[in-house]
Design a protein around this ligand. Structure first.
Ligand code: HEC
Length: 186
């Protein structure tokens, strides 16, 4: 019975996605059934709500590993056109607090209220990034199949995606981007 974790993991993810984002785009099929090379299932249903690592390394989920090859090479070196743009970052912050914080946490630590039910956990923006800015852009547009991270491509313009990512980058930089935007008020 070494494969019996798959449906359970999937059921958890699905329930979480439904609970977490009001029934957005629940992935219709389990991600690559053949996938995991690791013997250890990533989801320990018994392990409750541990927030993703607040800093340092966080392991890459099998689901993210599975989508990596789908990200077209041209995204790898894309530069965020909104990086350091204070007005865009402020707008991105509003999007982030409205759309992303429930999972990724208001402080970007991957510990928003909806994270409790999610496996894998939402990424912490304080940890070493798995993805380049351009790859993050693609993930925002297309989602990560089999996780709570749904596709925002239909809901957000390119500018909105770059802006919210520029804001998310400020967590990595200590929360106070160069344009004088602070995390305290707006
Ligand atoms: C319903 C919960 C949920 C919402 C809402 C959500 N995410 Fe996610 N997000 C996740 C989960 C879960 C993962 C981790 C998936 C994995 O590790 O395979 C993730 C992963 C990511 C990643 C990949 C990070 C990495 O390097 O591993 C980025 C970037 C990201 N989210 C940004 C956002 C942004 C920006 C928003 C708001 C527009 C958002 N997410 C909204 C759950 C969510």
């Amino acid at each position: 019975m070494k494969t019996n974790w798959i449906p359970r993991v999937y059921a958890l993810g699905l329930a979480a996605a439904l609970a977490g984002c009001g029934g957005g785009e629940a992935p219709p099929a389990p991600a690559e059934p053949a996938a995991p090379a690791e013997p250890a299932a990533p989801a320990e249903p018994a392990a409750p709500a541990e927030p993703a690592a607040a800093g340092g390394e966080q392991p890459m989920s099998p689901q993210l590993q599975a989508v990596l090859p789908n990200i077209p090479a041209e995204f790898k070196d894309k530069v965020n056109p909104k990086s350091g743009d204070a007005a865009a970052i402020e707008k991105g912050k509003q999007t982030y607090m409205t759309v992303c914080a429930s999972c990724h946490g208001e402080a970007g630590k991957g510990d928003g209220p909806a994270a409790v039910a999610l496996t894998p956990k939402p990424a912490s923006f304080h940890a070493k990034p798995h993805l380049t800015p351009g790859q993050r852009f693609w993930v925002l547009k297309n989602g990560i199949a089999g996780t709570g991270m749904s596709a925002f491509g239909a809901a957000m313009s390119d500018d909105d995606v770059w802006s919210v990512l520029a804001f998310a980058d400020t967590f990595q930089q200590g929360g106070a981007p160069a344009g004088g935007v602070t995390g305290e008020s707006h």
